[in-house]
Design a protein around this ligand. Structure first.
Ligand SMILES: [Zn+2]
Length: 304
């Protein structure tokens, strides 16, 4: 399977050394350290060559911003993300409108180098989580960032809070030479993708796949095999990609979840992935569904 977009960051998160506050302080003050500004969940990207636009600390020294969060070390240089959401018209305020812009990551990912996409996903998710967890879920007190932003701790009750990750089960449902895909309400008429839903409390991944497929499409699933995962930073999901073996064929959709579900042959999906069918579109390569469908399509070609 090809590398999954948003995964595979080249940065070392330094899980042991980041416990050392003095070590982090030194990195924050190091003129070689690089900072990725994030404004209202949008990372700063260079306009010409689409890539992350790293800044020096002086870049945001005069604006209101929380302490930068540590993303990791790469090539001996510390990399941080900093939330500059409080700045109005940031491209103008920072004087960078000609060379860089804060862009929606979902729209930009297809143009970014794989390493930059993975770092941007980490930055987006972590900065967003800090912005939304300034108060303790246990006592309502104020929380502070610790371990370079890997956690937060409550000032009042000392409760530790960890960055939230929401698991999503996503599956291609297969039966012989057929694969079940669905189309959500409001999607383009020719667009079909793998069925997906949040894993609920007290539920295994396999149970979640079986429940989702039954709820959304009325199809009974037996064996579920895990294939690959993808961090999905909108805002904090982890897509858990599976292949599910169907034990029934009749489709009964839940119209609240799906507008349509259909069985497709390998040939039809092979053509859709290649972009050669106007009447059937596959998910884009930055979505794990694309890779799940491709893995199944290529199974009979002996590539898996
Ligand atoms: Zn508390």
């Amino acid at each position: 399977m090809d590398p999954i977009p948003f995964s595979g960051s080249p940065l070392d998160r330094e899980g042991v050394r980041r416990r050392d506050r003095a070590w982090l302080e030194a990195l924050l003050a190091d003129p070689a350290s690089r900072f990725l500004p994030v404004w209202q969940a949008k990372p700063l990207l260079k306009r010409e060559l689409r890539s992350l636009a790293w800044a020096k600390r002086e870049f945001f020294a005069d604006v209101e911003a929380p302490e930068p969060v540590f993303l990791g070390n790469g090539d001996g240089i510390a990399h941080f993300a900093v939330d500059v959401s409080a700045v109005e018209k940031p491209e103008v305020a920072f004087g960078i409108a000609d060379v860089a812009s804060f862009d929606d990551l979902r729209a930009a990912v297809a143009l970014l180098p794989a390493a930059d996409a993975a770092i941007a996903a980490h930055a987006r998710t972590l900065v967003d989580w800090h912005a939304r967890h300034r108060h303790c879920a246990a006592c309502g007190g104020h929380t502070r960032s610790v371990l370079g932003g890997a956690n937060r701790v409550c000032f009042d009750c000392q409760a530790e809070h960890f960055p939230r990750t929401d698991p999503v089960a996503i599956a291609v449902v297969v039966r012989g030479d057929q694969c079940l895909l669905g189309r959500g309400p409001g999607w383009p008429a020719q667009m079909f993708s793998a069925l997906a839903g949040f894993v609920e409390a007290g539920e295994s991944l396999e149970d979640a796949v079986r429940r989702e497929v039954m709820e959304e499409a009325g199809v009974r699933v037996g064996r579920v095999s895990y294939l690959a995962s993808q961090p999905w930073p909108f805002p904090c999901s982890l897509m858990l990609g599976c292949v599910a073996q169907a034990e029934s064929e009749a489709i009964a959709i839940d119209p609240a979840e799906l507008e349509e579900a259909r069985w497709f042959s390998r040939d039809a999906l092979r053509a859709a992935l290649a972009g050669s069918r106007k009447d059937l579109g596959a998910p884009p390569p930055f979505a794990i569904a694309h890779h799940l469908i491709r893995a199944w399509v290529e199974t009979d070609a002996g590539t898996e």
